[in-house]
Structures are given as C-alpha cells and as structure tokens.
Design a protein. Structure first.
Length: 249
C-alpha cells in the first residue's frame, strides 16, 4: 500500500467502526458505506457529473480571466514605479475584502446569472496571481532590466526575454494558490445563488438533512481540486523544473 493511502484508509476504517458502534449519529456523520452509496447513486443518475461539470466550467472561466488579468496587470505595475505608487493604496484596501463579501453586490449588479458567479471567482482568484507576479518582478535581478533599458530594448522584448522567464516560478505559484481560492469562491457563490453546481448540490442536501450527499459534494470538490492542482504542478515542473532543481542543488 502506498504511504499516501495509509492515513486516508485508517480514517475510513476508524470512521466506519465508530459508526457501527453507535458512537456517531448517522445524521451528524453517516458511515463511509452510506456515503459511498450516495456517491454511486448520484453518479449513476448523472446528477453528480452534471453538477461538477458546471462548477468546473465556472472555475475555469473565472480562474482563466483572473490569471490573464493578474499576469498582465502584475507585469505592468511591477515594471512601473509610477503605476505602483498610484495603485498601491487601492489594491491594499481591496485585497483584504473576502470574495464572499462581494456576493450581495454581484447579485445587485449582475443578477443571479452566470456573470455574478464568474465575477466572484475572478475577484478571489485575481490577487494571488497579481501579487505573486509583482513579487517575482521585485525579486528579479534589476540589473538585467536596467541593462535592457539602457540598450533601448523594446518593451515587449524586455517582457518576453527578461521579465517572464524570471517571474515564471512566481506565476506558477500564484496560479496554484489562485486555483484553490477559485474553488472556494465557486462553492460560496453556488451556495447562495445557483440552481446548478456542486455548491447548489451541497446546499440542497443540507436543507433536506442529507448529510451523506453533503459529504459527497465536499469530497468531490476536494478530489477535483486536487486533480486540477496536479495538472498545474506537472505544467510547473515542465516549465520551471530546471530552476527548482538548480535551487535545490
């Protein structure tokens, strides 16, 4: 057995034994066998694939937009001291506001359609990418940038050949953090204003006291998020693995 499976299997066994012994009320925490049964029922009926697919699409749209805007704005502000000074106060004020706090405004502005959910995901996923890009530029050897400016290297060439290679590890770190935040945001948005998605499934099950379905939704989110993070990690290893290996040496 892989060492990674030891703890999960041990938790499942203890959980099942405690449930069978009557030490845990099924309404509070149903046994793993019941959760597995609910999972199979939702899977075979097509409900779970439908809800998870909707959530994946929402996360992909909000996360993709946040990544694009975060990288572009991060590079632009990171390379300009003037822009940095002009935007710093606004960014530092907006950054601590949790995405969930924007939900009422999002509903007022965009209604309960898809745009409001994408907006919430975008807000949550934007700052991890944006902040990491700026941090990466600040940690890049400024001598390279200054030499390029002295030689009057075109800005697009400076960004492509100097800035992006130096910032890439920070971009990938920001993207992985951003993806996790995007999943938290989509579930929060779906809990409040949705009729599809895993968040909606969880909230609907809560209202019906279906704890097993709630757990199925939570586990599905965790597994899906892990799979998507693993895909990003593989991409990170391919793009900046040489830098990680060099740092490790």
């Amino acid at each position: 057995m892989s060492q990674y499976l030891i703890l999960p299997v041990a938790i499942l066994v203890i959980w099942q034994l405690l449930s069978q012994a009557g030490l845990i009320k099924p309404l509070i925490l149903p046994p793993p066998t019941k959760v597995a049964g609910a999972f199979w029922e939702l899977l075979s009926s097509g409900q779970l694939p439908k809800h998870i697919w909707i959530s994946i699409l929402r996360v992909s749209e909000g996360f993709g937009l946040a990544a694009l805007v975060g990288i572009v704005m991060g590079i632009g502000i990171g390379l300009s001291r003037t822009l940095d000074r002009l935007t710093d106060l606004v960014i530092q004020v907006l950054r601590p506001i949790p995405p969930i706090a924007w939900i009422p405004l999002a509903i007022l502005w965009f209604g309960i359609d898809e745009l409001s959910k994408i907006y919430i995901i975008f807000l949550g996923a934007f700052f991890p990418v944006f902040v990491n890009v700026i941090e990466g530029i600040r940690n890049t050897d400024q001598r390279f940038i200054e030499v390029a400016r002295i030689l009057e290297v075109p800005r697009w060439k400076l960004i492509r050949q100097v800035v992006i290679p130096g910032v890439l590890p920070y971009i990938m770190t920001g993207l992985r953090v951003s993806l996790g935040v995007a999943w938290m945001c989509v579930v929060a948005a779906e809990l409040i204003a949705a009729n599809q998605g895993v968040g909606y499934l969880i909230n609907d099950a809560r209202q019906l006291s279906q704890t097993d379905v709630v757990l199925v939704g939570m586990i599905t989110i965790g597994v899906t998020g892990k799979v998507m993070d693993s895909m990003l990690k593989r991409l990170e290893n391919r793009l900046v693995g040489w830098k990680i290996s060099y740092s490790g040496d």
